[in-house]
Design a protein around this ligand. Structure first.
Ligand code: NDP
Length: 434
């Protein structure tokens, strides 16, 4: 850990995986040979770069850009780009590390990577967003490509930002290389159901997990944190499965709606007007109220879907949720639950779906977008969603069966870590020491 001093989130992600590996090494000691585990924890390449851009007042602004190309044993590096002021190398490394196992779980030919910048898009004009995306891509373009590294969106990066980055890539390279980015608009070779995929996928996973106890979302109260891409489409699928959403949030506070969240209004506030979640309560009126600050996990529910950011659900929150009778927790975000909270859920017998398995639907559909680009084809929404549902069911079953095989039935964390590790380890081993 000394080599990665101060990279708290990276340490946290690596520790969780390594804690799961004792059982697999005991059974298959060859996986510890040739420093394979040490190699897995060291990114293949880390790129840090200056991003200079002009704001609307003509001032030059400087941000820091990152791309961590973590592991390409199974395919080109693949993982999102995050624009958020909290971004640093430790955050990008934790995300790239997680991404490597997640991508392996999908069974699709993609390696793991992640990127981003400490740029804060909040309050920036559309023109500023465009100039920043162009400046970011000016450097990133040297490092990516259909066969090398294929970024997508993440926090602060949605369809608009991917469009600006794709435009700049195309201009710089003079190549219409649709396969270089995913999450594109349909007319640039984007995939139907990509926008919905992470949230829908997490919901498919949790539904299947509930089914192991003879239950489903039908009639259940759910709380979803965040109100961004993952949160919105998690809510949409839960509603389709017959559940009710009672609360969602942003980084300033949360809204509770005893009549059930009105998803059309959430979309209007967040996707069209790009406003804060407090605006939802104001527009919705009776039955809905906004709580500034606080924790959305104080709201009683049967299913909790943390879908905002890392370490947003703490031990204290877990105790509250358990006391309120929560039955299942599904991580839409990456590592949103702190390690002590995960332990509390597992000890209380709450079904717990870790992000690297439950939120793999986004990247899986990105890989389907790459398939469509490679064959210059465009699939229907139904066909793509069907593929997504099948992939999520397979990931669920793989995690459950692996947990059984290693003597920890129902432990999806262990199952996901071991199943992902075995796929990456076998691929790395077969490539020799490189
Ligand atoms: P968005 O930017 O669309 O939405 C993020 C949401 O989380 C916003 O509501 C935001 O609120 C909130 N949020 C962000 N940072 C914080 C913070 N520090 N504290 C509290 N709330 C915060 O991002 P996505 O929905 O794309 O991503 C959400 C999570 O899902 C991330 O962990 C991401 O890595 C993960 N993920 C995303 C995938 C995708 O396909 N997009 C795929 C797999 C995982 P505010 O507006 O106030 O900042």
């Amino acid at each position: 850990f000394a080599r990665n001093a101060g990279e708290t989130e990276f340490h946290q992600a690596v520790t969780e995986v390594l804690e799961s590996l004792g059982r697999v090494i005991a059974k298959r000691p060859q996986y510890a040979d040739n420093a394979l585990i040490e190699r897995l924890c060291e990114p293949e390449r880390q790129i840090i770069f200056r991003v200079p851009w002009l704001d609307d007042s003509g001032q030059v602004q400087i941000n820091r850009g990152f791309r961590v190309q973590f592991n390409s044993a199974l395919g080109p590096y693949k993982g999102g780009i995050r624009f958020h002021p909290s971004v640093n190398v430790g955050i990008i490394k934790f995300l790239g590390f997680e991404q490597t196992f997640k991508n392996a779980l999908t069974g699709l030919p993609i390696g793991g990577g992640k990127g981003g910048s400490d740029f804060n898009p909040r309050g920036r004009s559309d023109a500023e967003i465009m100039r920043f995306c162009q400046a970011f891509m000016t450097e990133l373009s040297r490092h990516i490509g259909e066969y090398t590294d294929v970024p997508a969106g993440d926090i602060g990066v949605g369809g608009r930002e991917i469009g600006y980055m794709f435009g700049q890539y195309k201009k710089l390279t003079n190549r219409y290389e649709a396969g270089v980015l995913t999450g594109k608009a349909l007319f640039h070779g984007g995939s139907r159901a990509r926008k919905e995929a992470t949230g829908y996928g997490a919901t498919y996973f949790v539904q299947r997990m509930l089914e192991t106890r003879g239950e489903g979302f039908e009639g259940k109260r759910a709380v979803v944190s965040g109100s961004g891409n993952v949160a919105i489409y998690t809510m949409e699928k839960i509603l389709e499965f017959g559940g009710t959403i009672v609360a969602c949030s942003d980084s300033n506070g949360y809204v509770v709606d005893e009549n059930g969240i009105d998803l059309d209004l959430i979309k209007e506030v967040k996707e069209v007007r790009r406003e804060r979640i407090s605006e939802y309560a104001r527009l919705r009126g009776e039955g809905a109220h906004y709580v500034a600050g606080g924790s959305v996990w104080d709201v009683a529910c049967d299913v909790a879907m943390p879908s905002a950011t890392q370490n947003e659900l703490t031990g204290k929150d877990a105790r509250t949720l358990i006391a309120n009778g929560v039955k299942a927790v599904g991580e839409g975000a990456n590592m949103p639950t702190t390690p002590d909270a995960v332990k509390l859920f597992q000890e209380a017998g709450v079904l717990f779906a870790p992000g690297k398995a439950a939120n793999a639907g986004g990247v899986a559909t990105s890989a389907l977008e790459m398939q469509q680009n490679a064959s210059r084809d465009s699939w229907s929404f139904e066909q793509t969603e069907q593929r997504l549902a099948t992939i999520m069911h397979n990931i669920h079953d793989l995690c459950a069966e692996t947990a059984d095989e290693y003597g920890a039935p129902g432990d999806y964390v262990l199952g996901a870590n071991i199943a992902g590790f075995v796929r990456v380890a076998e691929a790395m081993d077969a490539l020799g020491v490189i």
